[in-house]
Design a protein around this ligand. Structure first.
Ligand SMILES: O=C(O)CCC(=O)C(=O)O
Length: 333
């Protein structure tokens, strides 16, 4: 193709006679047509190879998602076509966006889902969280732990169809929620969090098991760092109750870093120096789905606009003998 363009340019630049001699198709009057045909053939083969490799990759990454899509009841399909229900949202997420989002989660460690909860659902959730507000503001805190046990609105969102479908597609239908935190960034609690990975899980009681530790306590709940394979089998779904952009303290992530395992401090610093961060802008009702090992941070807001996020963590595996997750909230209502 390039060669043809150069040939054309030279023919225009040269004097008429020289141009005829140069562009004499090397004695072949069909020279240009043949070259173009080969260029077309090459481009077609390249596109076909690209198509096949991308399809294969998507199939491998998301073989678990496909039965879930197929199993979606016909009733919901009909609802989705009418566009009359919020249930329809989840199906359309699964039908159209699921594979893309799952590929992003596998490759980058996170995905932003813009069409999560409807505005009515967000309003209902905000009303449900109101009882937590006064205690939180009085304490000047920016987050409430143990929110699944403390607030039925939070527990209700575990079984919301969009959450259920996303988690089921990534972790399988037996996945369950193991922890919930409501992060509330506002003018009086404008916090930031440095780069880190989420390395702890909440457990019922302390049992000394190889691979588990160190131990800690957060808000009266026992926490421990589990082995890498437990963290790799987990997923966080962050439901945004307010729009979040560059200005009101977005989550920042370093794409792909979830694949590096548990990073010691030195390696974390190196990763932070070398990977380009992404700010997660999310509309109201949207979700960020992320792997806990993804290196992430949170910037403080530059404008006093509230940013509430319900952060839910899910798992699907059993812990080592004798150890139990502190909470297990099933995906099915
Ligand atoms: O909500 C945020 O912006 C930060 C949350 C965070 O750092 C975490 O969940 O570990």
């Amino acid at each position: 193709m390039l060669h043809e363009l150069v040939e054309w340019g030279l023919s225009l630049a040269l004097a008429g006679q020289d141009a005829d001699a140069y562009n004499g198709q090397q004695g072949d009057m069909w020279d240009a047509q043949k070259d173009m045909s080969f260029a077309l053939l090459g481009a077609t083969v390249a596109l076909a190879v690209l198509f096949v490799t991308q399809r294969t990759r998507a199939r491998h990454s998301f073989r678990d998602a496909l039965p879930l899509v197929a199993a979606e009841p016909k009733r919901r399909l009909a609802i989705d076509r009418r566009g009359a229900s919020d249930e329809g949202h989840s199906f359309s997420w699964c039908k159209m966006g699921c594979v893309n989002h799952l590929v992003q989660i596998a490759d980058s460690g996170f995905a932003v889902v813009n069409d999560g909860l409807s505005s009515l659902e967000v309003e209902a959730a905000i009303r449900g969280f109101e009882p937590l507000d006064s205690a939180q503001h009085a304490a000047g805190r920016g987050g409430v732990r143990d929110v699944l046990r403390r607030c039925p609105a939070a527990a209700g969102l575990v079984t919301h169809s969009v959450v259920r479908n996303a988690v089921g597609a990534a972790l399988g239908p037996d996945a369950f929620a193991v922890r919930g935190v409501l992060f509330d960034k506002h003018a009086d609690a404008n916090w930031r969090v440095p780069w880190h990975q989420d390395l702890t899980i909440a457990v019922r009681r302390r049992v000394t098991v190889a691979g588990y530790g160190p131990w800690s306590e957060k808000a009266g709940v026992l926490h421990v760092q589990p082995p890498r394979h437990v963290l790799e089998g987990m997923l966080a779904v962050r439901i945004h109750l307010d729009e979040c952009d560059e200005q009101n303290g977005p989550l920042r992530v370093l794409p792909g870093t979830h694949l590096a395992g548990r990073l010691p401090d030195g390696a974390l610093a190196e990763v932070v120096r070398s990977v380009q961060p992404v700010n997660c802008a999310v509309p109201r009702g949207g979700l960020v789905i992320m792997r806990p090992l993804l290196v992430h941070a949170s910037s403080s807001a530059t404008v006093p606009r509230r940013r509430r996020v319900l952060h839910l963590e899910f798992a699907s595996c059993r812990l080592a003998d004798g150890l139990e997750w502190a909470e297990r909230w099933q995906l099915a209502a």
